[in-house]
Design a protein around this ligand. Sequence first.
Ligand code: ATP
Length: 413
Amino acid sequence: MAPAADPRADRRQRSPFRPHAGQPRLARDAPAGGPSQRSEGRLAIEKTLSAENDLVLNIAHAFHSYGATAALRDVSLQVSRGEFLTLLGPSGSGKSTLLRVIAGLENPDSVERMELHGRDITRLPPNLRNVSTVFQHYALFPHMSVGENVEYGLRIRKVPPDERRAAAEEALKLVRLSSKYDRRIHQLSGGERQRVALARSLATKPDVLLLDEPLGALDERLRLDMQVELIEIRRKTGGTFILVTHSQEEAITMSDRIVLMRAGAIEQEADPKTLFETPRTAFAARFMGVENVVTGTLAGIDAGVAAVRVGDHVIRGRPIGDPAAMAPGAPVFAAIRAERLRFDDATAGANVVGGTPGTAIYKGKYLDTSFASAIGPLVVRQWDTERGAGSDSHVSFRPEDCVVGVLRQDDVA
Ligand SMILES: Nc1ncnc2c1ncn2[C@@H]1O[C@H](COP(=O)(O)OP(=O)(O)OP(=O)(O)O)[C@@H](O)[C@H]1O
């Protein structure tokens, strides 16, 4: 079998999006010299240096409160060069606070380490950190043209006019607004304004681009288009992006890695597929859109299959998380996606649960039917919207489609 492609390979290519002349460059360059001249020891040192160079942002143990509200509770975050990282979480979980701390707009109460390309930025004012933020509400200057807005960040950095103009044109080309250089802001649509705000940030060639719900004000069609555009821009520039969103769909679509936040702390961080398929807590399961999360007690684990007692019923699933915590009798959750439940006849080894179909809701592409079952209310998704639930008296699901993990005290509904 051919080896799997490394999904980060494209990120490691050198970015065509280089710093401006005179712009502070925080990254240390890799040492020179061909491989033939290097000793093993030297190679080891270079490997370490190269790993350090890949690490753009390194935050260890950040805490921040607003009065009695703990907005960040011991948050540590490492972001690699060229990574598209998303901070995901419900309202008030601390995403924007973390972004503001990175930008220097908020001083954390305490932080053990906060480095950009290995340089301590803890006490560095925002204008001396090479990061840029795109906000939901654009924050463009209405009295300036598109081009003047895009050049703004470079003007205050005293970049010469011809270099400014070239950088602004390059950034406007990236967001497909080359022809609008002289337009006034009020002559633009909402989507175009957001692209100008993006171009303004890109023009400064930041070490990290911070995106604070940048698509939140756009209508759905535009939002979906801009998601694809942002992915493309990240790929073309090789930049490091940190996005804040409360939309799991947006996070899954756009990210290399998702950091799921809850009440100021990191709940789980993983690539989108892992977070989607293997949420480690009931909160993560619910937030990632798992329709069916039931709770029970662990009866035992045999041959890698967890048996969960829910009332008088036992269902089997895939155990995840710390095996030491998965002792018989432990409170656990079982999470099953609606599309993994079936009304059809069960395959061998599947869980079968009796009950009564309830209301079917037509969703266009699929049909969601509620099902009052022996393990609690469930939702069953069918892609064949014509078929319906009929008078089915049971649903089935495979143990591998049911994630079983320890139920935390604060996850008890
Ligand atoms: N300036 C402030 N003064 C007081 N409390 C604040 C301030 N900013 C944020 N908070 C509180 O800190 C907590 C974290 O807020 P934060 O804005 O970081 O969350 P968020 O996840 O970005 O939420 P949202 O998605 O609603 O923007 C919340 O409880 C919020 O009410």
